[in-house]
Write a protein that binds this ligand. Structure first.
Ligand code: AQP
Length: 347
């Protein structure tokens, strides 16, 4: 059995409107994992351009996601923080994986179907091939663990399938080059954050999303206290009081979502929240939730703003991370090319 050193990789797209779902589903977990693992966190700007981006906004959003990582508590010295486009090995390995993954696998990806919508013919090839680039992001670092929200589960399964197929298809060459039984690890998804699926504040059946046209549907990490309180006040709910047990949240998606957000922010269970707030009307619960959200998020927002006022510092963090990321990714790609029989010319 080939053993791989435990290593965490994950990414966030710089597509604007970084929200509470990204924070609770991913970033909070990124921060925790640095206590136990070597971690690589990436602003995945090549993923962002699978749909059209305004170039100025893309650059600003890349710095904003980096600021959010740092403001939330990611240490860029102990870990690696960088943006994807600066490490060309991601795109290079993605091409290899385009040749390993099968059309049928990609055809099953629900996120492509959702994002392409009815006008599939007009979607970019990049949007379709997104999951192979994601597999390259992860496997370029031989990452063993990937913390993500629930929506990324299917893409992670595809990453595992690609690693397994590569390891099988080239087993003889992998062994012959001294890599043992496996060149790539079969990565474990970590879908275990405080809230793995935060739903829209306007529709409990839809996930909170950067691309939702309604700003009222999400709490952005750049929102001030007034905006947070207003959005929670306007959040869709049903007319009933909160139940005193979790079973009572069944078939009440909006109530379940607000209780889930409260629990995640307070770092307690839904049962704990209902023990304290069971029987309360939303007119009483919403202000309590707004106060809690402001208490937790406002230090992060303030620190993000402080960091964003100094883009030179952010760019320095990214440049340092890029250098360290590239050293690892280049070694992986060199090895993969040897395994594939792509001749290394002298020099
Ligand atoms: N609603 C959510 N609840 C919990 N986790 C979430 N994530 C996203 N939405 C939720 C997690 O955040 C990480 C970064 O996501 P991304 O930037 O790759 O974007 P995404 O998954 O496509 O979702 P977004 O942010 O809402 O963007 P759009 O609107 O473009 O779909 C991932 O770990 C993701 O699981």
């Amino acid at each position: 059995m080939t053993t791989f050193t435990p290593r965490v990789f994950s990414g966030v797209q710089p597509t604007g409107n970084l929200h509470l779902g990204n924070y609770l589903g991913a970033i909070v977990r990124f921060v925790e994992l640095q206590k136990t693992h070597a971690c690589i966190y990436c602003v995945v700007d090549l993923h962002a351009i699978t749909v059209w981006q305004d170039p100025k906004e893309l650059a600003a959003n890349t710095r904003e996601v980096t600021a959010a990582f740092l403001a939330a508590g990611i240490d860029p010295k102990a870990n690696i923080v960088f943006n994807q486009s600066q490490v060309p090995e991601h795109a290079e390995l993605a091409w290899v994986f385009n040749c390993v993954a099968r059309m049928g696998w990609l055809n099953r990806m629900t996120q492509f179907k959702e994002k392409a919508g009815k006008d599939r013919e007009n979607a970019s090839v990049g949007l379709f091939a997104y999951p192979t680039l994601m597999a390259a992001d992860i496997l370029a670092y031989l990452a063993t663990h990937v913390p993500v929200g629930d929506d990324q589960k299917q893409h992670l399964e595809l990453t595992r399938d690609i690693a397994i197929k590569f390891n099988n298809d080239f087993a003889e060459s992998i062994a012959g080059h001294g890599y043992g039984e496996a060149f790539f690890p079969v990565t474990e998804p970590l879908i275990t954050g405080p809230a793995t699926r935060v739903m829209s504040l306007r529709d409990g059946a839809k996930k909170m999303s950067k691309s939702d046209p309604s700003d009222l549907s999400r709490i952005n990490l750049t929102d001030d206290s007034d905006a947070i309180a207003r959005k929670i006040r306007k959040a869709k709910t049903d007319p009933d009081a909160l139940p005193s047990e979790v079973a009572g949240l069944k078939d009440r998606p909006e109530a379940d979502n607000l209780v889930g957000i409260y629990a995640a922010l307070a770092r307690v269970t839904r049962d704990d929240v209902l023990r304290d707030h069971g029987g309360a009307q939303f007119s009483a619960f919403k202000p309590a939730l707004a106060d809690l959200a402001v208490e937790v998020l406002s230090p992060v927002t303030a620190e993000m703003q402080r960091l964003m006022a100094d883009p030179g510092h952010i760019d320095g963090v990214l440049a340092d991370g890029t250098q360290r990321a590239r050293a690892i990714a280049a070694e992986t790609v060199r090895g993969a090319k040897d395994v594939l029989g792509l001749v290394r010319s002298a020099g």
